[in-house]
Design a protein around this ligand. Structure first.
Ligand SMILES: [Zn+2]
Length: 245
């Protein structure tokens, strides 16, 4: 543990969300362990017509702690590692790099952002855009979408209930679209969110953009709920011989 970690622990009483080591909220070792390759994260079942969703990590272990810490407990410094992961997902979703990009954050439910006084997803998308810009990518963030009132909290709802809950709940105010058309007429558009679960939220964002003529290139997320049986990975089979636990 470094002197800085000692001081941080003394000042804040914090510890790493990954390994519980006293010090910063994410220690350098756990942060280094987050780096990986983004992957297509198709939910099962996949909402019909969904563009390819990319995620930088499975939604489990340290990443899950980071997302919850950032979103629910307002641990703002976590926006940095999470935004970096999102940037990895966006880069993979837009490979090979060509032309400008527009990142569209999935909107918070009305009231949620105000209650929190903070827009966690938009913040992550802005961090991701800064990272990509530093790497030479021509990218802007456009908050094109708004949520209508009456949307329930998604947690605890299954895939079907989520898509019913979200059907036609987002829209794109025309003045935002006009402003974007002037700024970025030929950009590729990527819908961004923190966690992909059933895909219902991202699919609704895609629908709302397509409804006003915006073609969505991909979805990019920090993390995705692991599928029970991902394609290419065989289902667990019974061992042929006994005696193995
Ligand atoms: Zn750690």
């Amino acid at each position: 543990m470094s002197l800085l970690d000692d001081l941080l622990d003394l000042a804040t009483g914090s510890s790493c969300l990954g390994c519980a080591r006293p010090g910063r909220l994410l220690c350098p070792q756990c942060r280094a362990g987050l780096a990986g390759e983004a992957f297509p994260a198709w939910p099962s079942p996949t909402p019909p017509g969904m563009v390819t969703p990319w995620a930088a990590a499975p939604y489990e272990a340290t990443v899950r702690e980071l997302v919850t810490g950032h979103k629910e407990h307002r641990r703002f410094p976590l926006a940095s590692p999470l935004g970096e992961l999102l940037a990895t997902a966006v880069a993979a979703a837009t490979e090979p790099p060509r032309g400008p990009l527009v990142l569209v954050p999935v909107p918070s439910r009305p009231g949620t952002a105000r209650r929190r006084g903070y827009a966690p997803t938009e913040t992550l998308v802005r961090v991701a855009a800064r990272r990509l810009r530093a790497a030479g990518v021509d990218v802007v963030v456009a908050c094109l979408l708004r949520s209508r009132r009456g949307v329930l909290d998604q947690s605890g709802l299954g895939a079907v209930d989520r898509s019913v809950n979200l059907a036609e709940t987002m829209h794109c105010p025309s003045r935002r679209l006009r402003a974007l058309a002037v700024r970025r007429p030929l950009a590729r558009v990527v819908v961004c969110d923190d966690v992909l679960t059933t895909g219902a939220t991202a699919r609704e964002a895609q629908r709302a953009l397509e409804a006003v003529g915006v073609r969505v290139h991909a979805v990019a997320c920090v993390a995705a709920t692991p599928r029970r049986n991902p394609p290419g990975r065989p289902r667990p089979s019974r061992p042929l011989s006994g005696g193995v636990l």
